[in-house]
Design a protein around this ligand. Structure first.
Ligand SMILES: Nc1ncnc2c1ncn2[C@@H]1O[C@H](COP(=O)(O)OP(=O)(O)OP(=O)(O)O)[C@@H](O)[C@H]1O
Length: 339
């Protein structure tokens, strides 16, 4: 569990003081993955660096597994650092060392015996699916493989918390998938609490239980990803759900429909059965005018624009709203566009 309370951090800037973190409060439950997203300069890396004890905050507290990190000094600080694994931004492996050699590095620094080191390195390379690359040098590995080695290295000292700063930037979607699979295993199999800083909503879609949106050093949105889907005005929902072409279906079937609305459905039951059931119950014609299906983690999620035609169209929409569908009325006309 990571708990951050009222964290502030300033830097001197050319135009005055930069408030990189301006009262950030956030908690990440044990064995979950939390994504930190937000525009460039929002303070994401500074937050990760403060939690990793690489940066000293100006004020506020950071608690990991019940220990307040901000007040630690000397040996206690070094011990606490070991309980926090860090996957830094960019290429961070030593070029002159093999994959196994890079993973072994923190174990050597901690004085672990050669035999115990070898056993641990084998375990870690197996965890990240790179047993066959133990003797390869970073230049002989793909970008995704290098990132997986960096994850294995970060886990060497069995940390309870892992911080990953942009672990998939500059990777193609397929390679991104292999890195995300590894991070998901780290949470599921080792029970590690993961905080991942990212620009990439695919990371949030694939592995995050929670997400926090930072802007100008403040958390402007935070919660479970699936819960935020139903929050009106959520900043991130639009980028997680299937797109709807705003002009699609406004002519033709939509123009004929008695009611046009956007529905968000979460979970197997909702996605599969709810719309046909509403149509049957209220004897209305239901047309899908746009949108589609996706997955957030293991959960199917849909966003559709629907058109309902029939005397009881309004009642059918109200029934959907009462049965786990989040409803937003769609305009039936866009100003300036003839129906
Ligand atoms: N060491 C530093 N010295 C001076 N200013 C800094 C320092 N580190 C960060 N900043 C400033 O603090 C603010 C937050 O930076 P930070 O790198 O945390 O943002 P970010 O959200 O991670 O951005 P990006 O997505 O571009 O990496 C920015 O205005 C940045 O210029």
């Amino acid at each position: 569990m990571i708990t951050v309370e009222k964290l502030t951090k300033t830097f001197p800037g050319k135009k005055g003081v930069v408030h990189a973190l301006d009262g950030v409060t956030l908690s990440v439950p044990e064995s979950t993955v939390c994504g930190v997203v937000g525009p460039s300069g929002a303070g994401k890396s500074t937050l990760a660096r403060c939690i990793a004890l690489l940066e000293q905050p100006d004020s506020g507290s950071i608690t990991v597994e019940g220990t307040d990190l901000v007040s630690l000094r000397g040996r206690d600080l070094r011990a606490a650092r070991r309980r926090i694994g860090v996957v830094p931004q960019g290429d961070s492996l030593l070029r002159q060392r093999t994959a196994a050699g890079n993973v072994a590095l923190p174990l050597e620094s901690a004085g672990v015996s050669p035999a115990a080191r070898r056993t641990r390195v084998v375990e870690l390379l197996d965890l990240v699916g790179l047993t066959d690359k133990a003797g390869s040098y970073p230049d002989q590995l793909s970008g995704g493989q290098r990132q997986r080695v960096a994850v294995a290295r970060a886990l060497a000292a069995r940390p309870s918390v892992l911080l990953a700063d942009e672990p998939t930037s500059a990777l193609d979607p397929e390679t991104t998938g292999s890195v995300l699979t590894v991070l998901d295993r780290v949470r599921a199999e080792l029970g590690v609490t993961v905080l991942v800083v990212t620009h990439d909503m695919a990371v949030v879609r694939r592995i995050c239980d929670d997400v926090a949106v930072l802007a100008d050093g403040q958390i402007v949105e935070h919660g479970k990803v699936l819960d935020l889907l139903t929050v009106p005005g959520s900043r991130i929902t639009a980028s997680l759900l299937p797109e709807i072409d705003q002009a699609a279906g406004l002519a033709g079937s939509a123009a004929r429909a008695d009611v046009v609305a956007e529905v968000v459905l979460v979970g197997f039951a909702a996605v599969g059965a709810l719309l046909p059931e509403a149509a049957n119950r209220f004897n209305v014609e239901l047309a899908i005018l746009g949108g589609g299906l996706t997955r957030l983690g293991d959960t199917p999620v849909a966003r559709f624009r629907i058109g309902l035609t029939g005397d009881r169209a309004e009642a059918a929409l109200a029934w959907l709203g009462d049965h786990e569908a989040t409803i937003r009325r769609a305009p039936q006309e866009i100003p300036g566009v003839a129906a």
